[in-house]
Design a protein around this ligand. Structure first.
Ligand code: SAM
Length: 269
């Protein structure tokens, strides 16, 4: 169908999946079922969309590129379980989907340039979400799944693991896409915790402590957190101020954030 041909656009981060083996492996990892609520971000030309709809689930998609809308409409528009939303997923109000708590299954071969802010936007709506399966840059998945002590452990690992269990499922080489990206990719599964294992009094303060601590990851905590809290507050959180931020686990960062909540400085931004 030549009228439906679409040239991939760099500014929309378009790398379309064409490897049937990889598509099948992703669909098997998701294992969507009839009656479920799925949300696909960036369906593109529908490489994953077809299999997702084939499961019998109800599928909403959000696509930014206006040129892809008629293609998606022509392919899937007649299916009553398909709902097309044109727009920017970064600005999308997920409450609009009217999904029950912990019901939404989010899927996406994400444009790499927006993947981190998009995941943070989704985490703001974590109570609606049952799970998420994303294709991301492999290096980003490694940072999400990292544990404390190494160079990959940082703001992304901590904030994602605060909300979710993270599983690095498998890697995908550049050849599975058209055009081929310059980097390796990987599929990650994120499952929001039913009960947060380390709840902070105020998660914005956790974000602040983590951001400040990792701004200069080679310095000691006493140094990097100087503007935020005095050395005795770090000690009161049962944290050794002579450690570097990458040596602290999530629970220790939450203790620091809770200690920060007691500081007079916590009220300012
Ligand atoms: N899912 C398709 C596949 O696997 O072949 C396409 C993947 S491609 C990497 C990313 C898709 O996200 C493109 O269709 C692109 O137009 C769309 N996109 C880019 N930025 C977006 C945004 N802010 N909101 C929604 N979709 C976006």
């Amino acid at each position: 169908m030549s009228e439906y041909q679409h040239r991939a656009r760099k500014r929309f981060g378009q790398n379309f999946l064409h490897d049937a083996g990889v598509i099948d492996r992703i669909l098997r990892a998701i294992r969507a079922k009839e009656g479920e609520r799925l949300l696909e971000i960036g369906p593109g030309q529908g490489a994953l969309t077809e299999g997702l709809l084939g499961s019998g689930a109800q599928l909403d998609v959000i696509e930014l590129d206006l040129d892809l809308i008629p293609i998606l409409q022509a392919k899937f528009g007649s299916n009553p379980r398909f709902q097309l939303n044109q727009g920017d997923a970064l600005k999308f109000d997920f409450a609009r989907l009217d999904a029950a708590p912990r019901s939404l299954r989010v899927v996406g071969n994400l444009p790499y340039n927006i993947s981190t802010p998009l995941i943070f936007h989704l985490l703001d709506n974590a109570t609606l979400i049952r799970d998420m399966h994303f294709m991301l840059q492999k290096e980003v998945v490694e940072r999400m799944a990292a544990g404390p002590g190494g160079g990959d452990w940082g703001r992304l690992s901590i904030m994602v693991q605060y909300h979710c269990r993270v599983e690095h499922l498998f890697n995908v080489g550049p050849g599975a896409f058209n055009p081929a990206p310059k980097v390796d990719s990987a599929i990650v599964r994120l499952v929001p915790h039913e009960t947060l294992p380390h709840p902070a009094k105020d998660h914005r303060l956790l974000e602040r402590v983590v951001r400040e601590a990792f701004n200069q990851r080679r310095k000691t905590l006493r140094n990097t957190l100087k503007q935020l809290m005095p050395a005795d507050a770090i000690e009161a959180a049962a944290v050794d101020g002579s450690l570097r931020p990458e040596q602290l686990d999530l629970a220790a960062f939450v203790r620091l954030a809770d200690q920060l909540a007691l500081q007079p400085s916590a009220a300012q931004d």
